[in-house]
Design a binder for this molecule. Structure first.
Ligand code: IFG
Length: 524
């Protein structure tokens, strides 16, 4: 029979052991870099079993006088400050420092301009790349090999340790995008900037903005002002809609460029054009403006493809948009033109491609445009019809893979998902991850694929929380499909890494879907 005194002693011993354990857990025990949960998975990781520690003596140094590299260093310092409370100095140096974080463009771009290498030793973390974009991608990896609490916005206790070793990395596909439909429901500049922050953490490098559709025109066009003021005045279910002034659009473009993300603007045509048809009577074959539309039907609208004014309209729109868009692409839509006669659709698409090319941009269109003659150096975005994809490849076009049953993030996870649609499929995390763009469509090989893009249509999505709920965690998986070569990808291994991102999602205040397929937990 244990007496009271013995009982107390036992409890004291247990408490003491727990304390020692706790402290030893945070002691500088060598950690294993290869056990980190980086998404997308890097090409190679070699661990050396020690720790680099970020502290108030750590500086960020960059080689030479490049203002751009300095800004990347300042970006990193800015991401580290909230949780560590450290005001890390960013300084130019002529040569490799003895200690701290060193950014250098001494790398090569043999594996593309987003390749980078991280060499981490006890006192010095060297991030090298062949171009600033590679440095920026490497910084996302640095963020992910720090404890998840680094992403919290309030000051936390350290230590801020990074396991030592070497990471060599570069993407499999050069186009890794996500589309945000700002037409069905409008999302303001601050929402788009937060969205850009979140997708950049997973090395996404394209943001496709679906700027026009039946329910809303979302970009100011100075030569056709009613497009935004009238065509942008509402949205699905009749809300106030909205639009980006050209200055606001330029602000979004700049914010994306600073994160090495290319903006692809889409003006969908000849279908999905009711907002424009409601704004200008002359764009309609009958000369009468349509009513604004706040439903979610598709396929009922078409520009009047036989009128000259239609091509003047398109030329004005494309000219103004191209002047605001430093990226190489303009997306012309082309999908679901069920109200356009095929004999009118084909010459229309051919003419529109000439207009876009005349303004110095490359064309992307949904793969419906393969019915027309796709200009060389144009791209077809596959979404539902494999015949269209094969027809595009037959014309020499490269494919951006956005299969609706895999990559449409407006698809519900399962029957219980509170928002979204399911016309294509219910898409749980394993389904969104388990596909390979290089073998997905018979006849479409890896060399025919430019990359992948997830698409968030917003008929049922009305706020940032719903955007985050539908996009996370499926987007990190699609980002990995675009970045990590398929032999390195495996759902059972990936879900273990994804589980460790739950605390990162929480730290970034992402309202993510906690799928039961993932063993969430395991604080890192
Ligand atoms: N298809 C339509 C979209 C949108 C989507 C919703 C394409 C290319 C269904 N076109 O996907 O406008 O309505 O899931």
């Amino acid at each position: 029979m244990i007496n009271k005194k013995q009982n107390l002693t036992a409890i004291t011993i247990i408490a003491y052991v727990m304390l020692i354990l706790q402290i030893s857990c945070t002691a500088k025990t060598p950690t294993d870099l290869s056990k980190e949960s980086i998404i997308p998975k890097p090409v190679s990781i070699t661990a050396t079993g020690d720790n680099f520690t970020l502290n108030d003596g750590t500086g960020i140094f960059y080689q030479g006088e490049s203002e751009e590299v300095k800004q990347i260093g300042q970006y990193l310092a800015g991401r580290l400050k909230p949780a560590t409370g450290l005001n890390i100095e960013v300084k130019s140096v002529a040569s490799e420092p003895k200690a701290g974080i060193y950014l250098t463009l001494s790398g090569d771009t043999k594996q593309g301009d987003e390749s980078y290498e991280l060499v981490i030793s006890k006192n010095l973390l060297i991030l090298s790349a062949g171009s600033p974009a590679g440095l920026f991608r490497g910084i996302q990896t640095i963020r992910q090999i720090l404890p998840a609490k680094i992403e919290l916005s309030a000051k936390q206790e350290g230590p801020w340790e990074i396991a030592t070793g070497t990471i060599k990395d570069y993407p499999d596909y050069s186009y890794r995008g996500v589309m945000l439909d700002v037409s069905r429901h409008f999302f303001g500049v601050s929402d788009v900037k937060r969205f850009i922050d979140l997708i950049s953490y997973y090395k996404i490098n394209v943001l496709h903005l679906h700027l026009s559709d039946d329910q809303g025109w979302r970009i100011e066009i100075k030569s056709w002002p009613n497009l935004a003021t009238h065509g942008g005045s509402t949205q699905v279910d009749g809300g106030n809609g909205g639009y980006y002034t050209q200055d606001q659009y330029s602000d979004i473009v700049k914010y994306a460029m600073e994160r090495y993300i290319t903006i692809v603007p889409e003006i969908d045509m000849p279908g999905h054009t009711n907002a424009a048809l409601a704004s200008y009577a002359e764009l309609n074959c009958n000369g009468k403006a349509t009513e604004l539309y706040t439903g979610i039907e598709v396929g009922f609208s078409t520009l009047c493809t036989t009128k000259d004014v239609t091509y003047k309209f398109i030329d004005d729109v494309v000219r103004e948009l191209a002047a605001l868009t430093p990226g190489p692409y303009i997306h012309i839509g082309g999908d679901e033109s069920h109200s356009t006669k095929p004999e009118d659709y084909i010459p229309f698409i051919n003419k529109v491609q000439e207009i876009v090319a005349s303004h110095g941009k490359q064309i992307i269109g949904w793969d419906d445009i393969s019915a027309a003659t796709i200009k060389p150096n144009s791209f077809a975005q596959h979404w539902a019809n494999v015949k269209n994809a094969n027809a595009a490849v037959a014309q020499g076009a490269k494919i951006i893979m956005s299969p609706s049953i895999k990559a449409y993030l407006d698809m519900q996870y399962d029957k219980s998902t509170k928002v979204g649609l399911h016309w294509a499929a219910y898409i749980e995390l394993d389904s969104a991850y388990n596909w390979d763009p290089a073998t997905y469509i018979p006849g479409v090989k890896k060399e025919n694929v430019l990359g992948v893009e997830a698409a968030l249509w917003t008929e049922t999505i009305t706020n940032m929380n719903d955007i985050e709920y539908m996009v996370f965690p499926r987007l990190p998986g699609i980002a990995e499909i675009g970045w990590t070569a398929s032999p390195l990808r495996n759902w059972d291994e990936y879900k273990g890494r994804l589980a460790k991102h739950g605390n990162r999602f929480k730290a970034m205040e992402i309202d993510y879907f906690e799928s039961k397929l993932v063993p969430w937990g395991g604080v890192k």
